[in-house]
Design a protein around this ligand. Structure first.
Ligand code: GLN
Length: 380
């Protein structure tokens, strides 16, 4: 018998709910994935590079052309200069990047601060490295961070704070006051930051994405992680990246080389071409998704759900307390079985779930899919 390294952890909620959606023939608004393909020109570049000999191992840190395009992008968007040779690594998905960054920092006994609801890969990655997470719970509807509580949670063993903006699952964005508070709580301490920014291009209502790459003092201690899957409607491609100052990246690479060694080669060439030829795609991604958010909210205006508009990501929370007092895991299962719409319960992202009745819907769907789902949800 093997001894479980992650006691209490079952199968991830995304797999559970997508399977339930499939088994029940429900519209799947649970796991975050578009029901449409990314740009045809990009897909053609993948085919092109496969047909033209780009099929062997890529360099450890990624294809240089892609690293250069990532550097050009963060200079353009965030005014941040990075060295493509030593400060960026392309990874098979952001999930691996998160694991490598955590593994690079966390030694047994170290503490890591996470904000709940926290994406479900953070805590297991800390645990597998012998670290301990300290959880700060954020609450519906605004999920604002209590910075005094953060300050009180920092100890001499705190090595890392994990932040995520735009935030999955709540759809909130960090503001300048969060950046300032963060700066104050870590001042003079040997604490690193992991900034999960995989939804960086999906911000609404003209609010900017506050990448930590905008702030040189913070970027100097940060692993910034992003993803091409969200940006190019291709979550199955598994291509993400990490940006970090050279000394941090050295440790990151030491780990990455023994986990995946490198990332899918033809995809990297194709994404590099597309970033160069079509930067408007990522610049306009917020404008692409905002009408979908608005359509979904409009369709459900007369529903019993409370839905404070998402400010970023392709997720929308729904408060169902006017409909039922069931725990959200039960409600999400019943919604899938009886109403044929799958959603993600939020309580699974808390160490200690507060009394709130909230599920998450993904609106990265064709408008017709959203219309059909809303029609079913209006029956509640
Ligand atoms: N990031 C996706 C979500 O939040 C899920 C990714 C996964 O299934 N691992 O829905």
């Amino acid at each position: 018998m093997l001894r479980n390294k992650l006691p209490g952890k079952g199968t991830t909620i995304f797999t559970v709910m997508s399977k339930m959606a499939q088994d029940e023939g429900a519209i799947n608004l649970s796991q975050g994935l578009p029901d449409f393909d990314g740009p045809q020109a990009l897909r053609e570049r993948v085919a092109h590079h496969m047909a033209h000999g780009h099929n062997q191992y890529a360099p450890l840190a990624g294809v240089m052309g892609l690293r250069q395009q990532i550097a050009a992008k963060v200079l353009d968007l965030y005014g941040c200069h990075i060295d493509p040779d030593s400060e960026v690594t392309v990874t098979p998905g952001a999930t691996e990047a998160i694991f490598c960054a955590i593994t690079a920092v966390v030694h047994p006994g170290d503490e890591v601060i996470v904000f709940d609801p926290a994406y479900d890969t953070y805590e297991p990655s800390v645990t597998l490295n012998g670290g301990r997470t300290r959880h700060i719970a954020l609450h519906y509807p605004d999920f604002a961070i209590d910075w005094q509580q953060v300050k009180d949670s920092i100890t001499d063993r705190t090595r890392l704070i994990i932040l995520n903006t735009p935030h999955n699952p709540t759809g909130t964005l960090w503001g300048e006051q969060d950046i300032q508070q963060l700066r104050e709580v870590i001042a003079g301490r040997d604490i690193h930051l992991l900034s999960d920014e995989v939804y960086e291009h999906i911000c609404f209502d003209d609010r900017p994405h506050l990448s930590l790459l905008r702030y040189p003092d913070l970027a100097a201690r940060t692993f910034v992680i992003s993803s091409f899957g969200k940006t190019y409607h291709a979550t199955g491609w598994r291509v993400g990246y990490c940006i970090a100052p050279h000394p941090l990246m050295e440790e990151f690479l030491r780990i990455h080389q023994f986990i995946n060694f490198s990332t899918n080669t033809p995809l990297q060439y194709a994404i590099a071409d597309f970033l160069r030829d079509c930067p408007q795609h990522h610049r306009e991604l917020g404008a692409f998704y905002q009408p979908k958010r608005d359509l979904f909210l409009e369709l459900l205006k007369k529903s019993k759900f409370g839905m404070p508009p998402s400010r970023g990501t392709y997720f929308q929370l729904a408060d169902y307390s006017a409909v039922s007092t069931e725990p959200d895991t039960e409600f999400a299962a019943r919604l899938t079985r009886e109403y044929k719409v799958a959603a993600i319960p939020i309580s699974v992202f808390y160490l200690d779930p507060p009394q709130q009745q909230i599920v998450r819907f993904c609106f990265a769907k064709h408008d017709d899919t959203l219309r059909e789902a809303a029609e079913r949800l209006l029956r509640l």
